[in-house]
Write a protein that binds this ligand. Structure first.
Ligand SMILES: [Fe+2]
Length: 319
């Protein structure tokens, strides 16, 4: 049984049309093919640079705030760091930076309401009760200076990336063209977020989208993508969630990572229900039984399992 980390307060709102239904055939391809859709968040007061700069101070109420800074930056007194972080958002047009705020629905109740409203819209369109079935989900916001690029990578969750201001070019690469190999996915589930390896020949299979205010693009889980900002400051909002079967598939890839390290040739997820079931059970037994974060839910088992391989590598390097 996969533990559940979803916020118990979700489910209070009904659909409100922030995300528009549009092309029903496209939405029928959820989690399989990328597609564009329309939304009405571009002038939402919670998503202005000023409001987001204010929100950034709430990041310091949570343990995970350290992830935003280098060890060197963390030597700065906390109140000064908070001020610098806020200013890095206020001055995003001039400082050449890329700033992300993660889990904003957990930082401020107004953003929790926005997350609930967006999930209500998605539920109404796809006719799946996401809020009562998902293991976890959240909201992130990305702010970037003109011309900045996000390198080729892929993500675990079902994702909806919505452009609030500025424009950017998004390339999504379909899995059926072999854009990802099994070892790349296994490496990703070992907790390497940049495990995807870009190859020039993939470019012809890419679907290109121009993200502009009012437009969103659905990213299927594990669909590689890269993004380049155009000439203005870009603000994008990402709403994402994962279902129990996605966590289970991740566990199968994690067991396969270790089997491949031992010189075996593991079966891909879905090839054998029996083998998959054993791998999931094994990884769950190794995982923290009461995870507090999604990282702990998905990666605590593989971190324990992969530790001997890391030690062996370190010993080899020292020798
Ligand atoms: Fe991404």
């Amino acid at each position: 049984m996969i533990p559940c980390l979803r916020n118990p307060h979700l489910g209070r709102h009904s659909a409100s049309g922030l995300i528009r239904h549009g092309d029903a055939r496209a939405w029928g391809q959820l989690n399989v093919q990328p597609f564009a859709f329309q939304h009405s968040l571009s002038s939402h007061p919670l998503l202005s640079i000023e409001r987001l700069a204010r929100l950034s101070e709430r990041a310091f109420d949570r343990d995970h705030y350290k992830r935003y800074f280098t060890p060197c930056e963390l030597r700065v007194p906390r109140e000064q760091l908070k001020k610098q972080f806020r200013e890095s958002i206020e001055q995003i047009g001039e400082n050449g930076k890329w700033v992300a705020l993660h889990y904003i629905d957990e930082m401020d109740p107004e953003y929790a309401d926005l997350f609930d409203l967006l999930l209500a819209d998605i539920e109404e369109i796809i006719e799946i009760p996401v809020r009562s079935q998902m293991t976890w989900g959240s909201l992130s916001v990305f702010m970037s200076a003109p011309g900045l690029a996000v390198p080729y990578h892929f993500d675990h969750e079902t994702n909806f990336l919505m452009q609030i201001s500025g424009e950017k070019d998004l390339h999504l690469y379909p899995r059926e063209h072999g854009s990802l190999t099994a070892p790349e996915i296994e490496d990703f589930y070992r907790h390497n977020p940049v495990a995807g390896i870009y190859r020039e020949e993939l470019e012809q299979a890419a679907t290109a989208f121009l993200l502009k205010p009012g437009i969103g693009v659905h990213h299927p889980p594990l669909a590689p993508h890269r993004i380049r900002n155009r000439d203005d400051v870009s603000v994008s909002l990402s709403v994402y969630f994962s279902m129990p079967e996605m966590e289970e598939r991740g566990h199968v890839y994690q067991a396969n990572y270790c089997m491949r390290k031992l010189g075996l040739r593991p079966r891909a997820p879905g090839e054998s229900a029996l083998a998959d079931g054993m791998k999931i059970k094994f990884m769950r037994a190794l995982s923290t039984s009461h995870p507090r974060t999604h990282d702990e839910l998905l990666y605590s088992g593989v971190s324990r399992l992969a530790a001997p391989f890391k030690w062996a590598k370190q010993l080899r390097q020292r020798a």
